[in-house]
Design a protein around this ligand. Structure first.
Ligand code: SF4
Ligand code: SF4
Length: 336
């Protein structure tokens, strides 16, 4: 079986995750967008250009992921991509639900956009559509085929929850049929709609995760598709690192908030914000004050906002530690 390798945090690259609007044509059950915390503006091209420029540092590669809402609803998306390239961003990815509005794949080229990354949460409409919306399986798979036909690299994100984990092992043949090159298995985060009262236990427990995810990842990689999934559960001998302390990740929202930790995004804990076009630090207490807290459960934000994935021994000590949500494992074709 192909074995996962832990991907160390990059200490040099700057990774910018830019939500250019929060509007979306879908209403997925687990959507993490929270307009009360993130705003509901569609940012103007000039604002986006100025905010993008704030993260460009000579001699350090910057990678950009454009997100929404649904970013292809932004009428200036092609111009935003061009501006990112002009500023020197090393890579540009567009995350999309697959509807590909405004004929975006005819307005950008595979030289401009490294990957279109599609979100799909099931191998069939029967699994996917109750989660993401009626007709979304057909629209997403049609979007993937259209992007492939124009020569774009494509990846696919599958958000695993208790609702769809049983169907994950049926994804590899579909991914191969669609010509997907990179498969990202994501774990449900208790943010946005998922954090709403009455949702029940939708987080996946450790035994289920460990018995299923590495196996599906290996079988997907055997089809030639690089597969990435979050570490989530650390083994006793694995070190814990908080990306907020050792890596440069920035999650930007239309209201100007900039977070270093995605788990903080439902709360006004952002450590940076844009005031007009200037990026300024926010006053204490913010997420920076949490990153250095050393707790036996590993990630402090996990314990605060989504402790349903923790279990404890009889003596009260945690049975294992939770990794930083940004720590990934990768299974590459041909690497065993
Ligand atoms: S496609 Fe993305 S932004 Fe739109 S509702 Fe679904 S999860 Fe939210
Ligand atoms: S998820 Fe946890 S470990 Fe990762 S940046 Fe946030 S607080 Fe730090």
């Amino acid at each position: 079986m192909l074995m996962p390798q832990t991907v160390s945090f990059s200490k040099n690259a700057i990774n910018v995750f830019f939500h250019i609007l929060t509007r979306c044509n879908l209403s997925c059950r687990h959507c993490y967008i929270n307009p009360a915390q993130h705003g509901d503006r569609t940012l103007a091209l000039e604002t986006i250009a100025a905010w993008l420029a704030a993260f460009v540092v000579p001699s350090r590669p910057a990678n950009l992921v454009l997100l929404g809402g649904e970013p292809t609803l932004h009428p200036d998306l092609a111009a935003i991509v061009a501006e990112a390239r002009r500023l020197g961003y090393a890579s540009v990815t567009i995350d999309t639900n697959g509807y590909l509005f405004h004929d975006i794949i005819k307005k950008v080229t595979p030289e401009d956009v490294d990957f279109f990354s599609f979100s799909l949460d099931g191998p069939t409409p029967e699994i996917n559509d109750p989660i993401r919306g009626k007709g979304s399986f057909a629209a997403c798979t049609a979007g993937i085929r259209a992007a492939k036909a124009r020569g774009f690299h494509t990846s696919l994100i599958y958000t695993v929850s208790a609702e769809n984990i049983a169907a994950l092992d049926r994804m590899p043949p579909l991914l191969a049929d669609l010509g997907i090159e990179r498969f990202f298995i994501q774990v449900i985060g208790m943010r946005g709609k998922s954090a709403a009262p009455g949702k029940g236990q939708i987080q996946v427990n450790r035994d289920t995760w460990l018995s299923l995810i590495p196996d599906v990842a290996a079988r997907t990689a055997e089809l030639g598709i690089t597969t990435v999934f979050p570490k989530v559960f650390l083994a006793p001998d694995e070190p814990f690192e908080c990306a907020g302390l050792v890596a440069e990740n920035f999650f930007i929202f239309p209201n100007g908030r900039v977070y270093r930790c995605p788990l903080c995004e439902d709360h006004p804990l952002h450590c940076l914000e844009f005031a007009d076009s200037r990026l300024i630090p926010t006053p204490k207490i913010n997420e920076n004050d949490l990153f250095a807290l050393n707790i036996p459960e590993g990630c402090v934000m996990n314990k605060l906002i989504q402790p349903g994935n923790l279990t404890y021994r009889k003596d009260g000590s945690p049975a294992y530690r939770i990794a930083c949500c940004l720590l990934k494992e990768e299974v590459s074709p041909g690497v065993s």
